[in-house]
Design a protein around this ligand. Structure first.
Ligand SMILES: [Zn+2]
Ligand SMILES: [Zn+2]
Length: 259
């Protein structure tokens, strides 16, 4: 049994809980420790029952909660060395568990795989968490899909993937300066709806059963647009049976059975 609960997803914070019968881990902690505890409470999870927090990278929308959380609850934080190094200032009291990107390890009865992704951070990674033949993947904050990322997520049944922006909405946005738009669109930025749809189309025919679209921009995307773009692209490739959901910011967390 494998459960996924998205506690938050988007530029104001990313945090998800993966649970087996005996292991609970967070992927990212990009909310305040208090907010994370509140969200866990909604689904009946005690903050002191976590076995670890896995970090994809050091950006504050993924890591801002770790210092206070670790001091309050003592949860070990799993990160690669450059990510941990980048968080040195705000991570007093953190029990680091350093992993090498690309080498698998076990956390309770979860098998954790990490792989590099192109993004403007020190050593950003995506994750695949496997349990009893089921896998859930995390692929947020990447400028484009590398062959390695595609190979890794091809094995999962459920994938949380970034659908950050609609290209036209980003282009027409008057509040973002040109330099920011360039950063988002760059090969070390974020995946658009179209890029996410294309990536998903490329892994059709593998194990994929369910997709959660996440990290949606609040100004340059809408859940309806992201869902439509991805569903249409998957249907073109014969992937109508893949369930596509949106992890919209602000939604109350709910537990999804993913394996
Ligand atoms: Zn992010
Ligand atoms: Zn980031």
């Amino acid at each position: 049994m494998l459960h996924l609960s998205v506690l938050a997803s988007g530029s104001s914070g990313n945090c998800a809980l993966v649970e087996t019968a005996s292991t609970r881990v967070l992927v990212d902690a990009g909310l305040s420790a208090r907010k994370i505890a509140q969200k866990l409470e909604i689904i009946g999870v005690s903050p002191n029952s976590l076995h670890g927090i896995l970090l994809t990278h050091e950006h504050s929308d993924h890591a801002q909660g770790i210092g206070v959380w670790a001091r309050r609850h003592g949860t070990p934080i799993f990160a690669n060395s450059l990510t941990a190094e980048a968080l040195k200032e705000e991570s007093k009291g953190v029990q680091w568990r350093i992993f090498t990107t690309g080498s698998d390890f076990d956390l309770g009865d979860l098998r954790i795989q990490s792989f590099s992704v192109p993004h403007d951070a020190a050593e950003p990674v995506g994750f695949v968490l496997q349990h009893n033949g089921s896998g859930v993947g995390f692929l947020t904050d990447l400028g484009y899909a590398t062959r390695m990322a595609l190979e890794r997520v091809r094995t999962v049944h459920t994938l949380l993937i970034e659908a950050n922006h609609d290209e036209a909405m980003l282009h027409n946005d008057t509040r973002r300066p040109w330099a920011i738009k360039q950063r988002i669109l760059s090969r070390h930025g974020h995946l658009s709806n179209n890029a996410a749809a294309q990536l998903l189309a490329e892994i059709l025919g593998g194990s994929l059963r369910r997709v959660l679209l996440g990290h949606l921009s609040e100004d340059c995307n809408t859940p309806a647009l992201a869902l439509q773009t991805v569903r249409e692209r998957l249907a073109l490739g014969g992937g109508e049976a893949v369930e596509v959901l949106c992890a919209a910011p602000g939604d109350a967390p709910s537990r999804l059975l993913v394996g």
